[in-house]
Design a protein around this ligand. Structure first.
Ligand code: NAD
Ligand code: ZN
Ligand code: ZN
Length: 389
């Protein structure tokens, strides 16, 4: 089959790899119809996540048709159209029973690698390094889905692929980021980033009763989508003083909650940015966190900082003094996607939201290298690339 494979920093290539096979009774083989490129894939593309190997099949946002089922999967049938959540979860361990699916204790065969870096291991993730299981991803014609009786959900015929594809990751991710803010009616929420995850965080915050959402980025075309499609006010951090604008909007108190939808490749102008780039290049820190630092500093006292952006290791100049002295709460996590798929599918069905609004580019799987390039470089007003397998 054809698959999009990682070959080193900023090198991906579509090539022929062996077809996946059923290995366990709870497996399914899915023929991919649509798959997307995520900001998390850019962290792999840019070489920031350790334990990638040449030839690894990428992709963790995908959907398709079940073509083969293991003998123990009773709730799905061959021919079903399903969306697959990116965390691989067994459904029966302590964490899964608490609906903390991205912490599944049974799905990462390489847990020892993750334990070295993080103390304990989270779940396995499709197409996301050997440290997270070495599972081939879904930017391919077919994929093996372990624990298929727990993850994938069948989607109703009346919904288009583009409307349900993002239930695999970014819609639940934006939702969980907003949910972590414990939003009360009238709250003002600030979101760092206007990428796809941020767009869903903005939409979700409004659905939860926020009075105002302010989104911060530097790409005008992304901020325009945040204003026009998600209803945010925006701040261009290269043109305005974020601190001054937030103070003015919030009556001098700061936003009630701040969402980091940027992650470990945060960009910073001037000396601050140079500091992080040098430290990262010389391995003195693994992650650049200008957005997270600013989110913490800007959050009102007693407020919540919700971190949806992915961080991999260690960051420098972490303002712990602000966290302690101003009673801030930090919440984070890889999204427990399985927990949100059904309720969010209902919202799509009810017409509360049409997640396809983030799609700017559709192309063939063969064009994945170009998709990665333009999404990474923010060329051609690219916000979200969907690949058709
Ligand atoms: P993206 O790269 O398209 O968007 C990131 C945006 O942040 C860009 O528009 C960029 O201009 C902006 N940005 C960079 N530096 C900034 C700064 N200092 N201040 C404000 N904005 C800044 O990525 P995405 O797909 O939207 O994903 C965002 C993050 O969410 C990534 O780190 C991704 O790995 C993470 N993610 C996490 C989960 C999860 O389960 N927690 C799931 C999906 C994605
Ligand atoms: Zn993702
Ligand atoms: Zn589990």
């Amino acid at each position: 089959m054809k698959a999009n494979c990682w070959h080193g920093t900023q090198q991906v290539q579509v090539e022929h790899v062996p077809d996946p096979k059923i290995l366990n009774p709870r497996d399914a083989i899915v023929r991919i119809t649509k798959t997307a490129i995520c900001g998390s894939d850019l962290h792999l593309y840019n070489g920031y996540i350790p334990s990638m190997r040449r030839g690894d099949v990428l992709g963790h946002e995908f959907m398709g048709e079940i073509v083969e089922l293991g003998s123990a999967v009773k709730n799905l049938a061959v021919g079903d159209r399903v969306v697959v959540p990116f965390p691989i979860a067994c459904g029966h361990c302590l964490q899964c029973e608490r609906e903390m699916y991205s912490l599944c204790e049974n799905s990462n065969p390489n847990a020892w690698m993750a334990e070295k870096l993080w103390g304990y291991s989270p779940c396995g993730i499709f197409g996301y390094s050997h440290m997270l299981g070495g599972f081939p991803g879904g930017q391919a014609e077919y994929v093996r889905v372990p624990f298929a009786d727990i993850g994938p959900i069948k989607v109703p015929d009346n919904l288009e692929d583009d409307q349900v594809l993002f239930l695999s990751d970014i819609f639940p991710t934006g939702w969980m980021a907003a949910e972590a803010c414990n939003i009360k009616p009238g709250d003002t929420i600030a979101v760092w980033g206007c990428g796809p995850v941020a767009q869903f965080a903005i939409k979700s915050a409004y659905m939860m009763g926020a009075a105002k959402v302010i989104a911060i980025d530097r790409f005008e075309y992304r901020m325009r989508i945040a204003r026009e499609r998600a209803g945010a006010e925006t701040i261009n951090y290269e043109e305005e003083d974020v601190h001054e604008v937030l103070l003015e909007i919030t009556g001098g108190r700061g936003p009630d909650a701040c969402i980091d939808a940027v992650g470990l490749e945060g960009h910073a102008p001037g000396l601050h940015g140079a500091y992080d780039r040098v430290k990262q290049a010389t391995m003195l820190e693994t992650d650049r966190a200008p957005a997270l630092r600013q989110a913490i500093m800007e959050c009102r006292s007693g407020g919540t900082v919700s971190v949806a952006g992915v961080y991999g290791g260690f960051i420098d100049k972490f303002p712990m003094g602000a966290v302690v002295n101003r009673s801030l709460t930090i919440r984070s996590g890889q999204t427990h996607v399985q927990r949100y798929m059904r309720p969010l599918l209902e919202r799509v069905q009810n017409g509360d939201i049409d997640p396809s609004f983030v799609i700017t580019h559709r192309m063939r799987l063969e064009d994945a290298p170009r998709g990665y390039r333009i999404f990474n470089n923010k060329e051609d007003d690219c916000l979200k690339v969907v690949l058709e397998a």
